[in-house]
Design a binder for this molecule. Structure first.
Ligand code: PLP
Length: 348
């Protein structure tokens, strides 16, 4: 509980992108061996890409500046202009990426109303219209694991497999937005290779729970990654001494994955507190990873966030009455308790 006279520390639950690099990462940046990565001569980038490909059991990998570019490059590499891509109505690639897949890649999303971002084979079957004269060519299925707007939900492997088998039987490629795929893996106990083997491409972010300052990677077959490299260049994502980005990425893959369990434990603690102590509408049982989405009605999200900010707790709006709180490195159990204490005036 905050006492007058104490300096109130801001607790930032807005996103796991606010994590700062560790001292070891900063040192690795300083020490990194560098070269021109557009000429494929940066040894640190090559080391990270090789490591990522191996970790996911794919032939090749490509470092890109952001998750948004990773999705766009992947979609562009799989699809021709005018093609259709099936994805969840709340998919990040559709909801939060400024319409890039349409505006830049010329791809039309066909939306499926999944449950917390996860849709069934039956839903996929009915979304797939088949190849017919009047319809756009459907060439891609996109799935997001964990699902951000779904509240960090984890796609069950059996559902991924069913969706991917259907896609492949119908000559669709599959891209996984695995911005937080390591959260999915830690929560499910399923090796990321198992997710990757179902899909044609997968992207993951270094700059979220893994604490890196910048960067995402795409993994896939060599031929796909070679074409993706060209699309990355077209979008202006060819970076020169990108080893400064790759160096912390190597540390992230080696050292920052297992600790995600702490973030999941803290998110569950937060969810229980918000539901049981503060009386917000949410089922703590639905929290699987590091994202908590709470219904704050009858308050609006805007009012809740204004109140929380005054109490030194930052969160993001997730709709008129919904707020999102994300746990990450730098948020400990005691910060959850402090945040709940600061919310106690709201008790219902
Ligand atoms: C599921 C998902 N995909 C993609 C992205 C985009 O990543 P970036 O912010 O690095 O562009 C995000 C960012 O939050 C995300 O949550």
């Amino acid at each position: 509980m905050f006492r007058p006279g104490e300096v109130m520390k801001t607790i930032d639950f807005r996103s796991d992108t606010v994590t700062l690099p560790t001292a070891e990462m900063l040192e690795a940046i300083k020490q990194a061996k560098l070269g021109d990565d557009v000429m494929e001569e940066d040894p640190t980038v090559i080391a990270l890409e090789t490591m990522a490909a191996k970790r996911f059991g794919k032939e090749s990998a490509l470092l890109v500046p952001s998750g948004t570019m990773a999705n766009l490059v992947s979609v562009m590499t799989h699809c021709n202009r005018g093609d259709e891509m099936i994805c969840d109505a709340n998919a990040h690639v559709y909801y939060y990426e400024v319409g890039a897949v349409s505006a830049i890649a010329g791809v039309i999303p066909r939306l499926v109303e999944g449950k917390r971002g996860i849709f069934t084979l039956e839903q996929l079957e009915s979304a797939f219209r088949g190849q017919e004269l009047h319809f756009p060519n459907t060439s891609l299925l996109e799935i997001e694991n964990t699902h951000n707007r779904g509240g960090g939900s984890v796609w069950p492997l059996a559902d991924i497999k069913a969706a991917c088998d259907f896609a492949h039987d119908n000559e669709l490629k599959v891209h996984m937005d695995g911005a937080r795929v390591f959260n999915a893996s830690v929560a499910s106990g399923i090796n990321v290779k198992k997710y990757a083997e179902q899909v044609d491409s997968l992207m993951f972010c270094l700059s979220k729970g893994l604490s890196c300052p910048v960067g995402s990677l795409i993994v896939g077959e060599q031929e796909f990654i070679a074409r993706a490299r060209k699309n990355r260049k077209m979008l202006g994502g060819g970076m020169r001494q990108a080893g400064v980005i790759a160096a912390p990425g190597i540390i992230a893959l080696n050292k920052m994955v297992d600790r995600l369990q702490d973030d999941h434990d803290n998110a569950k603690l937060m969810a229980k507190g918000l539901a049981n102590e503060i009386g917000l509408k949410l089922d703590p049982g639905t929290v699987q990873t590091n994202i908590v989405v709470a219904d704050v009605s009858p308050m609006t999200a805007e009012d809740f966030i204004a109140f929380a900010t005054k109490q030194g707790v930052l969160a993001l709006s997730f709709g008129k009455y919904a707020v999102r709180l994300v746990t990450h490195r730098g948020i400990e159990k005691e910060h959850i308790e402090q945040a709940l204490g600061r919310f106690s005036k709201l008790k219902r």
